[in-house]
Design a protein around this ligand. Structure first.
Ligand code: IPE
Ligand code: IPE
Ligand code: MG
Length: 244
């Protein structure tokens, strides 16, 4: 199914769309429901986002599912979010695989429940050879720690004598990030009206077009994805140069 859109058909698609899925709590609060209800509805929006990205033909979709700071939330809410991820992976994995989706995770495995780590490994292994959409799920992810780990890796190589300090440049650094083989996002969407990155893809989003939407994540649909891509097409990316 083609999503009707005035601009989308005429211009190249962004290779990589990244989304900060925010506003589940406020969605629930506005309805007098517990925050968990917002997270449940948020999982349905994830399905729509993945389907929309597939239908449009986007190469990479990165979803911020749980930040390294989200452990600060009440234990019951954290359990709920982990439970939803479990459910999502168990229910959707076969279908994702059928649709040629390659599933990848970024973030720290440390601190995640054992069975979730197993599910992650399983999902990555099962879909490794798929050549459709690459779905990157950022789970227990924090960009600052990712950058620190890259610096540590470089320092270790220098200490071992396998790398010269003067050979450390942007390319060398980028190769030590968890996203080493993933192109940088072209568009970064955040829902809920909040306008910040909250420790998401700080290095990688250097030249991403930022699209802030006022809608809350559980209300996100395919048309919102197409709308954000339209907005991306209206922007002029200059990368520090002058307009041509
Ligand atoms: C996003 O919605 C889900 C996660 C961060 C995991 P929130 O739970 O942050 O919703 P708000 O921001 O409180 O509305
Ligand atoms: C960012 O949302 C993290 C995810 C969407 C997973 P938060 O709701 O945690 O961010 P802050 O606290 O508003 O910055
Ligand atoms: Mg939030």
């Amino acid at each position: 199914m083609q999503i009707p859109s005035p601009v989308i058909d005429r211009q190249p698609l962004p290779t990589h769309v990244a989304i900060i899925m925010d506003g589940n709590g406020r969605w629930a609060q506005a309805r007098g429901l517990p925050r968990s209800a917002g997270h449940h509805r948020g999982a349905e929006a994830v399905r729509r986002a993945v389907e929309g990205a597939r239908e449009l033909g986007v190469g990479y979709l990165t979803l911020y599912a749980f930040s390294s700071e989200n452990w600060k939330r009440p234990a019951a809410e954290v359990d709920d979010l982990m439970g939803l991820l479990r459910l999502y992976l168990r229910r959707e994995l076969a279908e994702l695989d059928r649709n040629e989706v390659r599933v990848r995770f970024i973030g720290e495995r440390r601190r995640l429940p054992e069975d979730i780590v197993q599910l992650i490994d399983e999902a990555e292994a099962l879909t490794e050879r798929n050549r459709g959409l690459t779905l990157v799920i950022a789970l227990n992810y924090g960009s600052q720690l990712e950058i620190v780990r890259a610096a540590q890796a470089l320092a270790c190589e220098v200490a071992r004598g396998s790398l010269l300090p003067e050979d450390i440049d942007e390319t060398a650094f980028r190769k030590r990030l968890q996203t080493a083989d993933i192109p940088d996002p072209d568009v970064l969407i955040r829902t809920s009206g909040e306008q910040r990155l909250s420790n998401f893809l700080l290095w990688q989003a250097a030249y991403a077009e930022l699209v802030f939407l006022d809608i809350l994540w559980p209300d996100f649909g395919k048309a919102d994805l197409a709308g954000a891509i339209d907005e991306f097409h209206r922007r002029e990316r200059r990368y520090g140069a002058v307009s041509s």
